[in-house]
Structure formats: structure tokens, C-alpha cells
Design a protein around this ligand. Structure first.
Ligand SMILES: *Cc1c(COP(=O)(O)O)cnc(C)c1O
Length: 351
């Protein structure tokens, strides 16, 4: 650390991404990427002409992609905000709606970035404890007079709130923005996007990183009332108007034209998840009812960290969180049928 760094930032503990090994070949079940590639049509984003066009800036309004997203969700372009991964949408929304002393509330166990953004901006945090079974009690979020952010389904628990429960939280916080982070919604939960037409305080955040197989492209978006989107655009244009590169914008447009391909992949991942859940339960694991592309599983014996390390020695990466309440669990991404078969065989052997 240099002597020049801003005092407040000198204490910042950054987000720890899952391992991305660049050397040895692992079966990667640690960062919730899709085991399936984007549809072949997305390759058209990488033509000679597109590469030559890299000399030009990208469309700072991402007009074509916004139009397509708007059409897909039955909203208007003015309701769509496009970002460099959904982390950027969240980062800008935290700046817009929580930095003013109002503070933010989110579950004690959730996506690690919420705490990091809060520290980055010096936002006061109220952590709302999950129930013993890791579920969210919606009533605990009513009328908090704080900005609220909830991942639905939640990570790393995998548990989802129903649309009614989300609506109750939004309706009972009319004076605050409620952000619903739907990174995993396509794997079995109900999206709150349609509620954005009724509630001006609801911002729904989604990503191309998980169900749409494009984690490396960095593309995310938020949907909400036009006034909210305008706030976010003002900040984005004050930081980086060309936040999404040309190739990624193009790849996103092409991906949206292939929705059935993604629906099929999601179904396949859900089927694999069910097989993995059943087999792990048979082996004595305790699991949550995951509605995501991962399972959250407590090994029957030995500690979770030990199993994580043993799996790694066997060339399989999963995620372990060294944190109270969840340190007995592993978060295991659902890979291809073959990868999961290998994972299950290895676990069986290790137990
Ligand atoms: C993966 C993830 C994101 C963000 O991913 P991006 O790649 O930045 O779009 C956001 N929220 C949750 C809960 C996630 O798991």
C-alpha cells in the first residue's frame, strides 16, 4: 500500500473471486459458470469487420441491445440499463441509492460483493440474519427505511423467495429502493421484472454470466422504472459511457436471438442438479432446495474445508467459504453430466 492512498480505502477488503487457474486442467465447479458454450450464432460477433470496427467506440447507449432486452421483457428501452457485468449495475446502484447516509440492508449470508460495495462507499450496513434453515423472512425487511438488496435466488444458499414474497418486500418499502439480484433466476425462480411496471422503487438486476454462458464477455443489465434508469445513466456517463465493448454488445444481441437454446440448457442443468442432489443425499450430505445452477451441501463427515482440499487434489474445484454459518458447507456448481458423474465418483471415493 502506498502512503498516498485515501484513508478510508486503506481498510478496504476487496472481493475474493473464485479461483481461475490458468495452468492445470480442473473440473471447474467453483464459480457458477455454464458448462455449455454460447450458441454458435454468437460467433458472428467475431467477424473480420467487427474486429476492424474495434477502432470505433461502442454505442454508449447500447441502443440495439436495450431494444432487444426491452422486447423480451415487455418493457421500454428507457427501462433498461446495460453494464459491464451485473456487478457494475450493482456498484452504480449502491452509489446512487445507498451512499447518502440512508444505509443498506441485506441478508447476513449473501453475495460477498454487497459488503464490498458498502465498504467502498462507506455505507452503513444492516445485516438481516437468515432463518436457521437459511431462508429469508420477508417480514424482517418491511419498512426498514434503507436501501435493500436481495439476491433471489440467494447465493450461496440457493434458496428462492416467491414472487409474492418479493412483492411484499417491495410494497412495504415505498420510500426506499429495493434491488433484486436475479443472477440465478433462470434456474427455477420467478422473476420480479414485471413488478417494475407497478413499483417505481424496484430495480431488478440480471446477467449474461450464468444461464447465458457469457461470464467472460462481461454483460449485465438492470430493469426498472424510467426515473431509476435515468439516475443510473447519469452516474454511468460520469464514469465510463463506453462501459460495454463492441464485441460484447454484439454477442449479447446475438445471444438474445437464441433464447430457446438457453432455455434448453437451463432445463438440462436443472435435470443434472436433481440427479446430483439425490445422489449427494444418498451419501449423507445435507442440502438446501437450490433453485440455481449450484448446490449448497454439507458433507456427512469430516469438515467441508478438508473435502474441498481433497477434491482440489483430485482436480476438482468447488467453493468453500471460511465464514460463520456456512463454513460447514460447499457450494458446488452444476457442470455437464459427465463432470458431475466424475465429481460424484470422486466424492464417493473420498468419503
Ligand atoms: C455471479 C453473480 C453476479 C454477477 O455476475 P456478473 O458476472 O458481474 O454479471 C451478481 N450477483 C450474484 C448473486 C452472482 O452470483
Amino acid at each position: 500500500m502506498s502512503i498516498y492512498l485515501n484513508q478510508q480505502l486503506s481498510r478496504l477488503v476487496p472481493y475474493t473471486p473464485g479461483e481461475q487457474p490458468q495452468d492445470r486442467q480442473f473440473i471447474k465447479l467453483n464459480t457458477n459458470e455454464s458448462p455449455y458454450p454460447p450458441p454458435p450464432a454468437v460467433m458472428q460477433a467475431f467477424t473480420q469487420t467487427e474486429m476492424e470496427n474495434l477502432r470505433l467506440y461502442s454505442d454508449p447507449q447500447a441502443r440495439r441491445l436495450k431494444q432487444q432486452l426491452a422486447k423480451q421483457y415487455g418493457v421500454e428501452s428507457e427501462n433498461v440499463f446495460v453494464t459491464n457485468g451485473s456487478d457494475e449495475a450493482l456498484c452504480i446502484a449502491f452509489m446512487a441509492y445507498a451512499k447518502d447516509g440512508r444505509g443498506v440492508a441485506f441478508p447476513d449470508i449473501s453475495y460477498g460483493f454487497y459488503s464490498v460495495f458498502s465498504d467502498l462507499y462507506g455505507i452503513e450496513v444492516q445485516k438481516v440474519p437468515l432463518k436457521e434453515d437459511f431462508s429469508i423472512d420477508p417480514q424482517q425487511y418491511f419498512n426498514l427505511h434503507k436501501t435493500i438488496v436481495i439476491a433471489n435466488p440467494n447465493a450461496p444458499t440457493g434458496l428462492a423467495l416467491s414472487l409474492d414474497e418479493v412483492q411484499n418486500i417491495v410494497a412495504n418499502n415505498a420510500d426506499s429502493v429495493v434491488m433484486i439480484d436475479e443472477a440465478y433466476v433462470d434456474f427455477g425462480a420467478e422473476s420480479a421484472v414485471q413488478l417494475t411496471k407497478k413499483y417505481p422503487n424496484l430495480l431488478v438486476v440480471q446477467t449474461f454470466s450464468k444461464s447465458r454462458s457469457m461470464a467472460g464477455a462481461r454483460l449485465g443489465y438492470a430493469i426498472g422504472n424510467a426515473a431509476l434508469i435515468q439516475d443510473l445513466e447519469t452516474i454511468r456517463f460520469s464514469i465510463n459511457p463506453y462501459n460495454v465493448n463492441r464485441v460484447t454488445l454484439k454477442a449479447g444481441e446475438l445471444a438474445l436471438q437464441n433464447q430457446p437454446y438457453f432455455d434448453e440448457n437451463c432445463k438440462r442443468i436443472i435435470r443434472t442438479r436433481q440427479v446430483v442432489q439425490t445422489r449427494l443425499r444418498e451419501l449423507g450430505f445435507v442440502l438446501t432446495d437450490s433453485k440455481t445452477n449450484f448446490v449448497f451441501a454439507k458433507p456427512p463427515k469430516g469438515d467441508a474445508k478438508q473435502l474441498y482440499l481433497a477434491l482440489k487434489e483430485n482436480g476438482i474445484l468447488v467453493r468453500h467459504f471460511d465464514q460463520p454459518r456456512v463454513c460447514d458447507y460447499l457450494r458446488i456448481t452444476i457442470g455437464s453430466e459427465q463432470e458431475m458423474e466424475c465429481f460424484l465418483k470422486t466424492v464417493e471415493g473420498l468419503l
